[in-house]
Design a protein around this ligand. Structure first.
Ligand SMILES: [Zn+2]
Length: 83
């Protein structure tokens, strides 16, 4: 997996855990994330919690963050730009 995506995966995993996802659900999400082909949209954790498949798209970098937004539920996840 592209190591540049690790901070994003950590952020999304935190979202799942903060919202009470079971370990099995977290593992399933991480597997889905890591198996996304290059160029494919990444899965949305909020949609995953709700049993849907969301797709994250990158937003323009802003103030040191590279946020991603879900096209399904509209949730945005701020991810700090690696320095
Ligand atoms: Zn979503």
């Amino acid at each position: 997996m592209n190591s540049a995506l690790m901070p994003l995966l950590e952020q999304l995993t935190k979202h799942l855990k903060d919202n009470g996802a079971l370990q099995s659900s977290v593992a399933e999400f991480q597997s889905r994330f890591q198996n996304a082909a290059p160029g494919d949209p990444l899965p949305c954790p909020q949609c995953h919690l709700e049993g849907r498949i969301g797709r994250l798209i990158p937003l323009p970098e802003l103030d040191g963050y590279e946020p991603v937004k879900c096209t399904e539920c509209g949730e945005t996840y701020p991810v700090k730009t690696p320095t």
